[in-house]
Design a protein around this ligand. Structure first.
Ligand code: SF4
Ligand code: SF4
Length: 441
């Protein structure tokens, strides 16, 4: 590897990385869970391969992290933590982020994907901008449908410019805007009588007061699904408190290498949540925000809990019957980073008539990875199509997931499959419908 005097790890970082390496017994059990290895078959794109590269960097003072093959291998890591979930040796994969961040901070060679520009990254904290993105992608899809017909996504696959436009428009998360549209979609899939549309009933008195934290992407891109999830939580007994001053969790700024901005956002949230009155917890909608909020650590005035975990533990009314076969996709930030596996399944199994289907490769990331998909477009699209194929292969009538990024990625992957593919919806929307069926039946 070429010498690169401009870059080196501090002693502290070296010590942290050394811990990581000493844990690894090189068994390779992590490889089938790693999306970048699954898609490429390249050892350097696997957790074990990345660890070996870090070991070489630590051992050789002349080695450079900005050498193209090293930088690419580290920069391509999605940070999904699937490897850490399956590693029998307890390799602390959070430490791998040290190497990944160092790689991303190094100067990229010309043939390596460029990082997403900072101004673009920070725009994604802005809900107004996200709403504009949702609106313009919807218009883009309308235009593509007009030009290429109902299967526009499949028809432009492989064309360079149109393909890029279609991928961008197709992967922006979306869900039915109106309750009527959602109910018509699910009634149609269930092939039953029409469900009267209305609001979910509120209990006479909330059973528990909680702080509500939706997150920028959900409020900006999926505002109606976010509103339905709030309604569902209230139906299930939550008293939602939304303190003035709730802001971005800071994850975007942290990933963009802006620690001071991330800290300022964290402090603003902590100050807002300190005014949460008698709230018992902070309920987070987006799993990525949940992980970021957990990262506030001891400074949190209340425990953080994912909305699906709260719902699964609530003494709620019974759901109504939904006779559908449903495949569930777990977001990595929920499954691997927060260990949320049982709760969404318990909620779906509580719906009479619903058959829950599990796809193959449940540990493998769908390739969204938030902003990762923007800087690794081709690999991200490959992974999205693979995930969509596995979900469709279950024979499900419907796919659900609880994360906005996964929703857009899977919708785009399903749209390029040949033949009829099931639709994908937010998990919260399906649960809201099941609650509505109980109220109205
Ligand atoms: S599973 Fe763990 S111990 Fe085995 S190769 Fe992967 S990181 Fe190393
Ligand atoms: S975090 Fe995900 S992409 Fe990165 S090495 Fe682990 S499994 Fe692979």
């Amino acid at each position: 590897m070429a010498e690169h005097p401009a870059w080196s790890w501090s002693d502290h970082e070296r010590a942290r990385l050394d811990v990581l390496l000493r844990h690894c017994i090189q068994c390779g059990l992590c490889l089938p869970a790693c999306a970048t290895w699954v898609a490429t078959g390249d050892e350097t794109m696997s957790p074990r391969g990345r660890l070996l590269l870090v070991g070489e960097l630590l051992a050789d003072p002349t080695a450079s992290i900005s050498e193209p093959s090293v930088r690419t291998a580290l920069d391509t890591c999605i940070g999904c933590q699937a490897c850490s979930a399956v590693c029998p040796s307890g390799v602390p994969f959070a430490l791998l982020e040290t190497a990944v961040e160092a790689a991303r901070a190094s100067t990229p060679p010309p043939d390596v994907p460029r990082p997403v520009p900072l101004p673009v990254l920070l725009r994604l904290e802005d809900r107004t901008w996200l709403r504009a993105l949702a609106w313009s992608s919807a218009r883009g899809r309308d235009l593509l449908r007009l030009a290429f017909g109902p299967h526009w996504r499949r028809r432009v696959q492989g064309r360079r410019l149109w393909g890029i436009c279609a991928r961008l428009a197709g992967s922006v998360p979306r869900a039915p805007r109106s309750d009527r549209e959602l109910v018509a979609c699910l009634d149609g899939l269930a092939k039953g009588p029409s469900t009267p549309v209305g609001r979910l009933e509120r209990p006479a008195r909330p059973r528990e007061s909680v702080v509500w934290f939706a997150g920028c992407a959900n409020e900006g891109l999926l505002p109606d699904s976010s509103r339905r999830l709030r309604e569902l939580l209230v139906w299930a007994g939550a008293g939602l408190v939304e303190p003035a001053g709730n802001t971005c969790c800071g994850a975007l700024a942290a990933h963009a290498g802006q620690p001071r901005r991330a800290a300022a956002l964290q402090n603003a949230n902590l100050a807002a949540w300190g005014t949460g009155g008698d709230a018992a917890a902070i309920v987070t909608e987006a799993s990525g925000c949940g992980v970021a909020v957990r990262g506030y650590g001891d400074r949190l005035p209340l425990p953080q809990i994912d909305a699906m975990v709260w719902l699964a533990g609530a003494e709620r009314p019974a759901f109504g019957r939904v006779p559908l076969k449903v495949a569930l996709h777990d977001p990595c930030h929920a499954r691997h980073a927060q260990g949320i596996v049982r709760e969404p399944r318990a909620l779906l199994r509580a719906i009479p008539g619903l058959i829950l289907l599990e796809p193959d490769e449940p540990d493998v990331c769908c390739g969204s990875g938030g902003l990762w998909s923007l800087s690794h477009g081709d690999l991200s699209a490959t992974l999205g199509a693979r995930k969509a194929r596995l979900l469709a292969a279950t024979g499900a009538d419907l796919v659900v997931t609880a994360n906005a990024g996964c929703l857009g990625q899977i919708a785009d992957g399903l749209a390029v499959l040949p033949g009829e593919a099931p639709p994908v919806l937010p998990l919260g929307d399906l649960l809201w419908y099941a609650a509505l069926r109980a109220v109205r039946s």
